[in-house]
Design a protein around this ligand. Structure first.
Ligand code: IMP
Length: 183
């Protein structure tokens, strides 16, 4: 049971879990007996990636990469910093990059480019959420959970300044309401 909170719910937990099951079915249908290399963009996509991994019900490991286009604010700096996940050998592999939200598209576009440059034969994208109205760089999302409007969301692993990841559903961040949610 997720903690109670004062925020407006955008996508309920049962809806999220149902959709992730559907996405997992699509991934299985596309990759058959040769599961892809799963690479999650942490921290935000960790929760989505774990659920997708479990729904896939295949012997797959989730590798993690750190990338950042947001600091402690709600507007994109447009910067992508790639972290120390880089030992991963992707040469000749088919990848599914797992993201929490595709916003401007910069992060996922940069990561795709990176992995393809390192010899991945294919790099698909799975994202729980997408804000199409915010797009700056065009990206194809092969496995998309939900399109959402241009609102800053938290919960289901997603944060604002490192907080609120524990909320079990996707909710809209609101500064005024945040005061009512613990310290
Ligand atoms: P992009 O490079 O602009 O597409 O940014 C994608 C990243 O920005 C996501 O992985 C998130 O970490 C972060 N982000 C974008 N929108 C939100 C939001 O509404 N809530 C939390 N994080 C967000």
């Amino acid at each position: 049971m997720s903690p109670s909170h004062p925020f407006r719910v955008l996508i309920h937990r049962d809806e999220i879990l149902r959709r992730i099951h559907e996405l997992a079915r699509e991934v299985r249908a596309d990759f058959g007996d040769e599961p892809p290399l799963l690479v999650a963009v942490i921290e935000g996509a960790r929760t989505f990636a774990r659920h997708l991994q479990q729904s896939l019900a295949l012997p797959v490991v989730v590798h993690e990469i750190r990338a950042s286009s947001y600091g402690a604010g709600t507007t994109s700096s447009g910067l992508v910093a790639l972290g120390p996940s880089d030992g991963l050998d992707v040469a000749g592999r088919r990848l599914v990059l797992i993201e929490d939200i595709v916003d401007t598209g910069r992060t996922i576009a940069a990561l795709r480019e990176l992995f393809l440059a390192r010899g991945a034969v294919e790099c698909r994208v799975a994202s729980l959420l997408s804000k199409p109205s915010r797009r700056v760089v065009e990206v194809d999302i092969d496995y998309l959970g939900f399109e959402i409007p241009d609102e800053f969301v938290i919960g289901f692993g997603m944060d604002f300044a490192g907080r609120y990841r524990e909320i079990g559903e996707v909710v809209v961040y609101d500064e005024g309401q945040a005061a009512a949610y613990g310290t």
